[in-house]
Design a protein around this ligand. Structure first.
Ligand SMILES: [Mg+2]
Length: 289
């Protein structure tokens, strides 16, 4: 199981990150590029996000210079993806973005928008919001004799703290594999085309994720559950196709309010090439044998 977005609803955390990001820009008071009020910063970002939405698979969370997860896949990656787009615009010589970055580096020693988004993430102090359905489901699965692992990019201590604070009993507690670097790509893209149709286009994802692959081959799970298709599910699907892991219990894509509808259409729609995936909106939809 993934952690953020599975055990929690990260919407508020993502919004808080985006607030830190814009507050830092706002604090520079840049009247000359029209960014001196909250309304102006927000409306500029709104415009950029709309432009990104027209090309949802071009920007996102990068690793080895390549996109590892797409911009709108979850509330955290939404911020990382906006920063990626801003850095792209700087590279293209966009005057407003360049000037903004110049001020950021001068007064804050922040050299890229990616760094600003990372800084914003580290400012987070919000308590994580539990998905109580997840807790009930996990406890029942363990009572039924299943072994449950959390494999997450988040630090192990953070997850353990969450489990303590939310009353996960020691006898019914998943094992935690933190810092899993599922976003970490290897040297060869090993791209898989997961969907292809005329109306919605092509969904192509890098699946060379050596850190995550190591975790999966070690744990050998019968089922996998994630909320971010690229990070959590693309590699398990490839491993299943290659016969390296059977995933007899299933590969589950947890649908949340933030799940991009385009992704859902691509995965469940007519052009899908991913019959292995089950989209779930409720925990009761996952039944293990
Ligand atoms: Mg997640």
């Amino acid at each position: 199981m993934d952690f953020d977005g599975i055990y929690t609803d990260p919407t508020d955390e993502g919004e808080a990150c985006s607030q830190y990001f814009s507050d830092k820009i706002l604090s520079l008071g840049l009247k000359e590029i029209n960014l001196e009020t909250r309304e102006k910063v927000e409306s500029w970002f709104g415009e950029l996000r709309a432009r990104q939405a027209a090309q949802p698979f071009l920007y996102g969370w990068r690793s080895e210079g390549r996109v590892s997860a797409f911009t709108f896949e979850d509330p955290f990656i939404r911020n990382i993806g906006l920063a990626d787009y801003l850095d792209h615009l700087v590279g293209k010589g966009d005057a407003k973005c360049k000037l903004l970055l110049k001020h950021l580096s001068k007064s804050e020693k922040i050299l890229t928008f990616g760094e600003l988004s990372e800084w914003s993430f580290h400012q987070l102090t919000l308590k994580k919001k539990i998905d109580s359905g997840a807790k009930n489901w996990v406890e029942q699965a363990m009572r039924d004799g299943h072994e449950v692992f959390i494999v997450s990019n988040s630090a192990k201590e953070k997850i353990e703290e969450f489990l303590n604070q939310n009353g996960f009993d020691h006898a019914l507690r998943p094992k935690v594999y933190g810092g899993a670097k599922k976003f970490g790509l290897g040297k060869k893209p090993n791209q898989v085309v997961f969907a292809d149709n005329e109306e919605d286009g092509q969904l192509k994802v890098d699946t060379d994720r050596p850190f995550y692959e190591q975790a999966l081959l070690e744990i050998k799970p019968d089922a996998v559950i994630g909320d971010v298709f690229c990070l959590d599910l693309s590699l398990p699907i490839r491993l299943k196709r290659e016969g390296k892991l059977a995933f007899k219990g299933g590969i589950f894509f947890r649908h949340r309010d933030y799940t991009p509808s385009k992704m859902v259409d691509l995965i469940t729609g007519r052009g899908t090439k991913v019959p292995e995936v089950t989209l779930i909106r409720e925990w009761s939809q996952i039944k293990l044998q």
